[in-house]
Ligand binder design. Sequence first.
Ligand code: CMC
Length: 430
Amino acid sequence: MTDSRSLKLTNDSDTLCELPVLSGTTGPDVVDVQSLYSKTGMFTYDPGFTSTASCRSSITYIDGEAGVLLYRGYPIEQLAEQCTFVEVCYLLLYSELPNNAELKEFANNITMHTMVHDQVNNFFRGFRRDAHPMAIMVGVVGALSAFYHDAMDIHSKEDRRICAIRLVAKVPTIVAMCHKYSTGSPFMYPQNKLGYVENFMRMMQATPCDDYEANPVLVKALDRILILHADHEQNASTSTVRLAGSSGANPFACITAGIACLWGAAHGGANEAVLNMLLEIDNVSRIGLYIDKAKDKNDPFRLMGFGHRVYKNHDPRAKLMRETCHEVLNELGLRDDKMFKLALELERIALEDEYFIAKKLYPNVDFYSGIVLHALGIPSKMFTAIFAMGRTIGWVSHWDEMIADPDQKIGRPRQLYTGQTRRDVPPNRG
Ligand code: CMC
């Protein structure tokens, strides 16, 4: 990890300090600035962490320029085409793809943990029925920390793995409960005979009066959405989980911090925002108006589902999601639906527009996932909760990796202070 190279920081001809340069297995080298303050009395300044590696990680690699995304070294395209979401969960958590026996045991373990404690049902009743599902998720997933606290030793690898399985198993049940609660329908219990995605779809769509049999094309589409959202290295919500977990906090509470961060429209809230934007545009004839709004510096409006902090040429997940989007629209005979026509026309116009080309703003994964989820009949308010369901395995794998790291310490950034310098409280303030 360390090599003999270093970076000299000079002021005119004086050397201020020499900082080690570290190399990973691939990707840019990093300057190790840990000794900068003790050597120079200076901090680094990097709002939004655009040039800062906050940790070492062996889970996910992204090359934003080349549009590459690897989970544990495997390209996202191969995983999306050849694996299921449950296999990808195993890969992220245990570093290797499972063999048949390992997969069977892992999938069975997840199935055995899908039910939530019956007392969890009571938490829902405290929410108004029109509460946003992400608000409920923050409350209910956070509440799981009360059920699994004293018996959990975060320094035990075994306990961490059980915690990961519990989270991957129970989050879909809670997401489906959020949906049922908002529609005033009874909660549907998980069914052990069903696979991960079929079970979730049934908990979402079935009622005690009507069962639900999932269409395999739609199951595959949702499975792919989960794979594509499973991890994305040190994104905002994952960094939030790491920072919360760095103090040794309860992992269910830390995952909840990630859910809260994901909710924002610049992150996981984008898929819901895409749908709301399409509803607002309403008609193909109004697309030009909204493209102009997106380009106007004085208008805060942004084209939702376009652009990415890391991918500056294309988002490899978007290409796979676009393919799924077309499969689903064909399967459901929705190609002529007004909303989908609008989305595809918006995509076409934005891809040809000079502003978007110059700023390298391409459709991201959430542009298409929003359209697919809408086609699956899932209300837009639920979209970010489904993103959270896919990302749970990423969050918990990063938390596990961080706790196991011998160099791990509590996260504590520094700042550039711009407030008042020291002053005294005036004796007479009248
Ligand atoms: N519509 C119009 N203009 C945009 C957009 C957009 N969607 N995105 C970026 N720009 C412009 C922006 O105004 C800026 O212009 P200028 O250079 O003249 O100031 C330039 O492009 C660079 O934007 P930025 O905000 O500095 O870039 P960033 O890397 O900080 O932001 C982003 C990335 C994803 C937050 C942003 O592109 C955005 O807000 N997109 C819409 C929301 C969205 O779709 N988010 C989902 C991201 S994918 C899911 C995930 O991984 O979480």
